[in-house]
Design a protein around this ligand. Sequence first.
Ligand code: 13P
Length: 351
Amino acid sequence: MVSFLSTFSSTSVIDMDRELLEKTAMELVAPGKGILAADESNGTMSSRLEAVGVEPSPETRRSYRTNIFSTQGYEDAISGIILFDETIRQSMDDGTPIPEYLASRGIHPGIKVDTGAKDLANHSGEKITEGLDGLRERCAEYFRMGARFAKWRAVIKIGDGLPSDANISTNAHALARYASICQEQGLVPIIEPEVLMEGDHDAQTCYDVTARILDATFDECNVQGVHIPGALLKPNMTLPGKDCSVQGSREMAAQMTVDCLASHVPFDLPGIVFLSGGQSDEDATAHLNLMNAMDNEHPWQLSYSYGRALLAHALQTWASGSNEESQQAFAHRAKMNSLARSGDWSVDLEV
Ligand code: 13P
């Protein structure tokens, strides 16, 4: 049996690092708070700007994002913001580096560290996320720049015979290696295995595939020695494909999501921060609200790490010329999702 004294006296640097990771992870999922994913790659952000009639450039990407970041009062709803490599190196209008500005407002800067999903050899239509080469050095640099957490996204497509075992095992392995390297460098890893909503599959198929990738990912995390209390999971919700003829109720989606997670996620993980994945703003909020309002006993915080469901409307209003309305649109969605963290959102708050 380990006595209190012997545990205390054997506390090593590694134990202290682990405690810091756990503290940061808990802060990221503090009650009422969630994460803003503003880490679209330059390619994705440029397409989104073009879609609303704005010429993409480093300056338009910076200007749009810094306007969002300087919104008043959203610290109550947002604990961390995930940045892209270009953005973490940019500054606010007054010259303050963006990570320094966010930290001064009590918001943890985060960083997307994968280098994108590439074609998986010999597996048509499937992707493997790359970025492990040089990751240790990049994480060390991002930590020095102020980042305290990171994100890596794997994409899993459902289709005829998909996903393959190769798709599941390669992505699970990469997610675990990424998580291990991040923790070594002091960054809390957000582990994101996203089962895509594209397709006509039903909700049960989404459930089964989500269970497969979660099992494989946490098995690999175990092999790689990932410290689960110092990590966060960013999964999809359990939803039918966008083209499925039976869409089901919000209640059913919330229940299936919690059931799937309860059977396939370790209980010492501090929090689950969902992606929105193409759901409407209101669906993303309503599903989270229902999960948090349920009686189900689960050990993790259920929170958000939304991109589009927090910013889609804010981008449109910014493009139409109003910085202030864009900030209001973002602040509103942040507030709605903050309420959903405790099951206190309702649809009449949307008007
Ligand atoms: P969405 O909420 O738009 O799906 O984005 C979250 C994210 O970070 C995907 O990697």
